[in-house]
Design a binder for this molecule. Structure first.
Ligand code: ZN
Length: 194
């Protein structure tokens, strides 16, 4: 007996519908972002930034044969670090550059977290991105009254361990066909490879 289906779940049509994620990208900008780190274990990833309006954001480098590598888009080495965002009460993932210059994010992040740890405390960080893409990081010790998202964080960490949530789900993964559906990328590849 056939059954008439009146509705369709759009997410099932675009893929990824079977992997709902509670994670989102923690975007750092000129406004102060409050961040409560709960781990220093991040996921290394190679990303391409695509400013094409159809994409407008980071896309995973898929390695061998990657269309974006073939058209000469730079690969940015990042570490995807999950953090708790007390303002939105969500777990977000920061895309941290591996740069170790003094005003880069990573060394400042590690420094503030380690300093708090040395005092037997956890840190809450206040991060803002400067116009020259350096970062200003300030911190204080997390107080018992501060929201550290403990139960959500525990849930997310368990889901990551179980493989039901992927940290890299916050970055778009596009197939070659999807990338080549973007006119300017298609043209770039044709110009590059003839
Ligand atoms: Zn690539």
């Amino acid at each position: 007996m056939s059954e008439t289906k009146a509705t369709v779940d759009l997410s099932s049509l675009v893929g990824g519908g079977d992997n709902p994620t509670p994670l989102s990208q923690a975007k750092l900008n000129a406004n102060l972002t409050a961040v409560v780190p709960f781990t220093l274990e991040g996921l290394p990833a190679g990303l391409h930034y695509c400013d094409e309006p159809e994409i407008a954001g980071y896309v995973m480098c898929c390695g061998t044969g990657c269309v974006l590598c073939r058209v000469g888009k730079k690969v940015e080495d990042r570490v995807l670090l999950p953090v708790y965002l007390p303002l939105t009460q969500r777990v977000g993932v920061m895309l941290v550059s591996r740069k170790c210059t003094p005003k880069a994010l990573m060394p400042q992040l590690v420094d503030h977290i380690k300093q708090a740890e040395a005092a037997g405390q956890r840190a809450i960080l206040f991060i803002c991105r400067n116009e020259d893409y350096t970062f200003t990081v300030d911190s204080r010790h997390l107080l018992p009254t501060d929201d550290d998202g403990a139960s959500l964080v525990k849930q997310v960490l368990e889901a990551i361990t179980a493989g039901t949530v992927r940290i890299d789900s916050v970055v778009q993964t596009l197939t070659s066909a999807q990338l080549l559906a973007v006119d300017s990328i298609k043209r770039a590849l044709a110009l590059r490879e003839g």
